[in-house]
Design a binder for this molecule. Structure first.
Ligand code: 0X9
Ligand code: ZN
Length: 443
């Protein structure tokens, strides 16, 4: 079945249309940008982040400005503290509830416009708007039905019982390809509010397949040399929650017994240096690491997939966890800035440099994409996907967290008109990265 019925999805969300931000959860909250130059100020901010459990949209570093969401009751006090420390700040968003309301209303308008047109084919799938979870799953079904060498499979189930769909793209092998081909893994949407991630992953996947069918040399080369495993939206429960309740939700939706706070930061829950720096043992923290490594069904699904690949003797070469925002390509290590970089670092960084150069040349996006080892470039985060992909079960040399657009003008509430440019530059980045591997590290 190659048809996508949008009407049902929109009907299911029609109540959401009437209550975007129904809880007025963000009323009066401000987004404050702090420019930091000195290490002592970074330390001070990191301490505040931890002690006060503030939602830092970008983490304290000097590479990008530090954006923090400050609850309405704390804005005056927080500004007083910044003034006292003589830290320069700017209020980027006066009232985040207004931004979130506008964003959801815009997303709903776009969907309703689609619904009016009625039944769609995959050819008409609108990559330029944000799609609810069910439509993302339907997209995966339609893609699998359209291409003979693409299969949709059940990757796992979320805590709330949603099926997490994944695609396997296994095009005929090139003469030079290894047998079996090495695996390239792309994962979107681990953080619920980063809507540009699933949207971008769907776009470049769709483009790659379309270009392949058109006989494009780049698409033929990379799909002939690698099998692609793609999970467009890993954190389905969190993603649905951002559409219906809290647009800025980050974590999973698994409850924490004995605590009122729900959810785990899935990107602190992997079995790689779990529980070290940059992850919290407190369930109410937005960087809560979970009770034990992989104790969420979404991260378990990732690990089960790679355990199975390993058992089958498959090699995973590339592992990318797509996030937003800040425009960064982040290699290991994530858990420590002091740890010696791995021997593979030189290759990892050269490949990331090629990817960044390609991404920058597509649209010359403001601020550019910057690459480097995560903890040194940014801050430490343990139990994160990029260390897991490299040092744990997948053992993929080319493992990254990629932070997509933008650099903070809109942050997580990125307007839909940036989906296509983000998708185009990411497509070019993927080709450049895979070409680096083909030319330098393919066996
Ligand atoms: O904190 C994260 O999980 C990622 N940033 S995000 O804003 N998308 O949440 C970055 C993790 C990369 N690793 C390190 N920063 N060490
Ligand atoms: Zn993220």
């Amino acid at each position: 079945m190659k048809f996508v019925v949008l009407l049902a999805a929109v009907a299911a969300l029609s109540s959401a249309a009437s209550f975007p931000g129904k809880t007025e959860h963000y009323r009066g909250n401000q987004l404050i940008r702090i420019t930091v130059e000195y290490e002592e100020d970074l330390k001070w901010l990191r301490n505040i982040e931890e002690k006060m459990n503030l939602d830092f949209w970008t983490d304290p570093s000097t590479i990008r400005p530090v954006d923090v969401m400050v609850p309405r009751d704390f804005t005056s006090e927080f500004k007083r503290m910044l003034n006292k420390r003589e830290l320069y700040y700017k209020v980027l968003r006066q009232d985040l509830q207004d931004d979130v309301d506008n964003d959801l209303a815009e997303a709903m308008r776009a969907l309703q416009k689609k619904a009016r047109i009625g039944i769609q084919t995959l050819d008409d799938f609108d990559y330029s708007i944000y799609h609810p979870f069910d439509e993302i799953q339907q997209w995966a079904t339609d893609v699998a039905n359209e291409y003979s060498f693409v299969t949709k499979f059940k990757f796992g189930e979320t805590y709330e019982g949603r099926e997490i769909g994944a695609l396997e793209i296994a095009a005929p092998a090139n003469a030079m390809a290894s047998d079996p081909k090495p695996v390239v893994y792309f994962e979107g949407g681990i953080h619920a509010r980063e809507w540009i991630s699933p949207a971008t992953v769907m776009f470049f996947t769709g483009k790659l397949l379309e270009m392949y069918n058109n006989g494009d040399a780049d698409a033929r080369r990379v799909l002939g040399m690698f099998d692609l495993h793609i999970v467009p939206s890993l954190n389905g429960d969190g993603y649905v929650f951002t559409w219906t309740d809290e647009r800025l939700w980050r974590k999973s939706r698994q409850p924490n017994p004995d605590f009122g706070c729900v959810g785990t930061d899935l990107n602190r829950n992997f079995d790689a240096f779990w529980g070290q720096n940059g992850a919290s043992p407190w369930p109410c923290s937005i960087v809560y690491r979970g009770f034990t490594p992989l104790n969420n069904p979404e991260t378990t699904a990732v690990d089960a997939h790679f355990q199975a690949l390993k058992a089958a003797g498959r090699v995973t070469k590339v592992f990318i966890d797509w996030h937003s925002y800040s425009q960064l390509i982040l290699a290991p290590w994530s858990y420590s800035s002091a740890a010696e970089l791995p021997a593979e670092s030189e290759n990892q960084l050269a490949a990331a440099a090629a990817m960044a150069a390609a991404m920058n040349s597509t649209n010359s996006v403001a601020g550019g994409y910057i690459h480097g080892p995560s903890a040194r470039l940014l801050y430490e985060a343990s139990g994160a996907s990029n260390d897991y992909g490299f040092a744990s079960t997948p053992a993929a040399t080319y493992t990254y967290v990629v932070e997509l657009r933008d650099t903070g003008e809109y942050g997580f509430v990125l307007p839909a008109d940036q989906i296509l440019p983000s998708g185009e530059e990411s497509y070019d980045g993927v080709i450049a990265l895979l070409d680096y591997v083909i030319n330098n590290d393919y066996d």
